[in-house]
Design a protein around this ligand. Structure first.
Ligand SMILES: Nc1ncnc2c1ncn2[C@@H]1O[C@H](COP(=O)(O)OP(=O)(O)OP(=O)(O)O)[C@@H](O)[C@H]1O
Length: 222
């Protein structure tokens, strides 16, 4: 269970401090999915980075179960990221020098959680069987994003954080990739926090919230 309470995040800018998150509250239960929406610049990626342990809060807390992220040192945070977080970005971010099969296994191996049986299931369900020996540049956008989804889920993380994962894909491919992702989540111990600009895609998740003026509000409360 992820609990975000009163989170504040400021950035230093030439014009002075910019408060992007001004007291964000959010919770995400086990095996559930949440869509995070909001205007461009509202702080969605900032919040995702904080939850991923890639950046630190200025005030408030992010708790996973009983553990507070702000009380972890850098080494513990890195361990948290490796074992508990799967990340999927709009730009796919595959490793260009590795074949699909090694991209898929990359994070699970790093986390010491490589499971050949789960990997084989991911390959089959994501339809990657014929592509395993290819390099990322030899794949379409939709194929690359299917590899990125498989890589993020291979280590069976507690949380999958997806930042506009289908932002670079056409509508039909977006639907297909999201459906594959949601189907896989049913068989994983993984909760999904997904940033999206698309109300259509957001509606497919369990809950939808909006970041507005530094706070999280229900979908229709702006
Ligand atoms: N490192 C930084 N230093 C200063 N300002 C930053 C930094 N990172 C982000 N910002 C600012 O913080 C605000 C929120 O940015 P963020 O990327 O979190 O928004 P977003 O909701 O994800 O936007 P988009 O939908 O366009 O991706 C923006 O005004 C941005 O310019």
């Amino acid at each position: 269970m992820l609990q975000v309470q009163g989170v504040v995040k400021n950035y230093a800018t030439p014009q002075g401090p910019l408060t992007v998150l001004a007291g964000v509250d959010l919770h995400l239960g086990e095996r559930s999915s949440l869509a995070l929406m909001g205007e461009s610049g509202s702080g969605k990626s900032t919040l995702l980075h904080l939850v991923a342990g890639l950046d630190r809060v200025d005030a408030g807390s992010i708790r996973i179960g009983e553990q507070r992220l702000d009380q972890l040192n850098e080494g513990q945070l890195a361990h948290w990221r490796r074992t508990q977080i799967g990340l999927v970005f709009q730009q796919f971010n595959l490793i260009g020098s590795l074949r699909v099969e090694d991209n898929l296994a990359f994070q699970a191996r790093l986390a010491g959680r490589f499971d050949p049986h789960w990997q084989a299931q991911l390959v089959e369900r994501l339809g990657l069987g014929d592509l395993l020996r290819r390099y990322p540049e030899q794949l379409s956008g939709g194929q690359q994003q299917r590899v990125a989804v498989g890589r993020a889920l291979a280590s069976r993380p507690g949380f999958l954080l997806a930042d506009e994962p289908t932002g670079n894909l056409d509508e039909a491919t977006s639907d297909e990739v999201l459906q594959l992702l949601l189907d896989l989540l049913r068989d994983s111990p993984t909760s999904l926090l997904m940033v999206t600009h698309s109300p259509r895609l957001a509606a497919r998740l369990d809950r939808q919230v909006v970041l507005h003026r530094g706070r999280v509000v229900p979908m229709d409360a702006r």
